[in-house]
Design a protein around this ligand. Structure first.
Ligand code: URA
Ligand code: CA
Length: 446
């Protein structure tokens, strides 16, 4: 049957720089979902989009078509606005583990689906799985029922969600077409929309540990995503945050769970807490639980102080079959046998870090997958002892490696030593919050 549309014409139109009609975009997405279009045509189309780009309307059409390409989660029976957050990914970034219970403790339901680790970045799902007994696969009914009962749930994203993105992402990965703003923006937002988000707070990382390394590129990605929200009628706001060094000090699965617990228990402050409070405040405002971010921040701070956030984490762990005692005793999490300090080779000031290399060092100890069939060791990783701008004396530890076998320790130790650059003059710590991107515009933070 002729549909009146053909893929060669669509590829040619985009190759020539034309804007594709909604029907044409839907045709491509259907072909990717039902696998009726061959990989070579989809790949050629992706390359044309890479070169020619897409305007905001096309990007929104692509996002909505991908969001509806498979199962969608309907959270409407929870009532109100279910707010979601998404981070473009970094190292030592465990804000989701903190915010899911903390925001729920402040009265906004959080029904969150997360993914496994990608590249050098950690995955919330892998972190959760380090909690003994914790289940990450709930059916849709059980997922919604848990949110109704205790206010939050944190589970894995099912394969049935946005299958078109799965097909296109796999092709992008092997055809050099990952780096395209409309393709990245539509890929991220389609999955959020499919998982039922009523409003979305985005944490777009910037710096050498981020997908987008410059501030200008990160702001542009944020602007593209917020634009999709504006056109699609979904409230969205993005914060641009620094990723020039790990956000928290802990890198690794159980280690990051421990740090999240420490933050919720009020034992740890610093950049991880600060970014969590900024994102959490925007989430509460988006959910209509606070009139402004100052009021929202005060609520979050109070929920930390009185232990309501930690209590919500206990409840969530228990509801998902995990051992809630970890919230009070993180030593019940898997523990590594070896702790190996990484001494600095010289005295001076921490000038900069290769954040990707630090992520990969943790991965090489077993904290992440090098091939997709690798099994993660939940206990291993590293704990940073310094931040950019700190003074170090010769021999002082830059980080401590947590390992279960000694095979990769020497290699990881050298990688961390190389990744942390020490110089004679002190530098200012990098700014954490760079800009806020809303439907109304961009507010730079100086
Ligand atoms: N994360 C996604 O989900 N999609 C992209 O294209 C890039 C990062
Ligand atoms: Ca993450």
């Amino acid at each position: 049957m002729r549909s009146g549309m053909d893929m060669v014409s669509i590829i040619r139109k985009k190759k020539a720089g034309g804007a594709l009609a909604r029907e044409e975009i839907e045709y491509v997405v259907r072909g990717a979902t039902e696998k009726t279009l061959p990989d070579y045509q989809l790949s050629a189309w992706l390359m044309a989009v890479c070169w020619r780009g897409m305007d905001a309307r096309e990007t929104t059409d692509l996002t909505l078509a991908m969001a509806h390409s498979g199962e969608t989660v309907d959270l409407s029976e929870l009532g109100g606005v279910c707010v979601d957050k998404h981070s473009t990914g970094g190292v030592g970034d465990t804000t989701t583990l903190i915010l899911t219970p903390l925001v729920a403790a402040c009265g906004a339901p959080v029904a969150k689906m997360s993914g496994h680790a990608l590249g050098h970045t950690g995955g919330t799902l892998d972190k959760l799985e380090s909690i003994p007994g914790m289940g990450i696969e709930l059916g849709q009914q059980a997922f919604i029922a848990q949110v109704r009962r205790i206010g939050c749930a944190l589970v894995g994203q099912t394969d049935a969600l946005a299958p078109a993105d799965k097909t296109l992402y796999a092709l992008r990965d092997v055809t050099g077409t990952v780096e395209s703003l409309p393709l990245i923006a539509s890929s991220i937002v389609s999955k959020k929309l499919a998982s039922g988000a009523g409003a979305i707070v985005l944490d777009v990382k910037t710096g050498n540990g981020a997908m987008m390394q410059t501030e200008a590129e990160s702001i542009e990605l944020a602007r593209r995503m917020v634009d999709i929200g504006r056109i699609a009628g979904k409230p969205m706001v993005a914060v641009i945050t620094g990723m020039d060094e790990p956000l928290g000090s802990h890198v690794g699965n159980a280690l990051e769970v421990k740090e999240a617990i420490d933050v919720l228990a009020g034992r740890v402050e610093g950049p991880l807490l600060e970014v969590s409070l900024i994102l959490g405040a925007l989430m509460l405002v988006a959910a209509g639980k606070a009139p402004d971010t100052a009021t929202a921040r005060a609520k979050l701070t109070e929920a930390l102080r009185c232990g309501a956030g930690l209590q919500k984490l206990r409840q969530m762990i228990q509801a998902q079959g995990g051992d809630p005692r970890v919230a009070d005793d993180p030593s019940l999490l898997p523990q590594a046998v070896h702790r190996v300090p990484v001494p600095t080779l010289r005295a001076g000031y921490v000038a900069r870090m290769d954040t990707v290399a630090i992520g990969y060092a943790a991965q090489s100890l077993g904290a992440g997958r090098v091939t997709k069939d690798d099994v993660i060791d939940p206990a291993v990783g590293l704990v940073m002892q310094v931040r950019i701008g700190d003074r170090v004396e010769a021999g002082q530890p830059l980080a401590v490696l947590y390992a279960n076998d000694t095979e990769h320790v020497a290699e990881a130790l050298e990688a961390v030593q190389r990744a942390i650059v020490i110089e004679d003059t002190q530098v200012e710590p990098p700014r954490l919050i760079r800009a806020l991107v809303t439907a109304e515009g961009i507010i730079k933070q100086e």
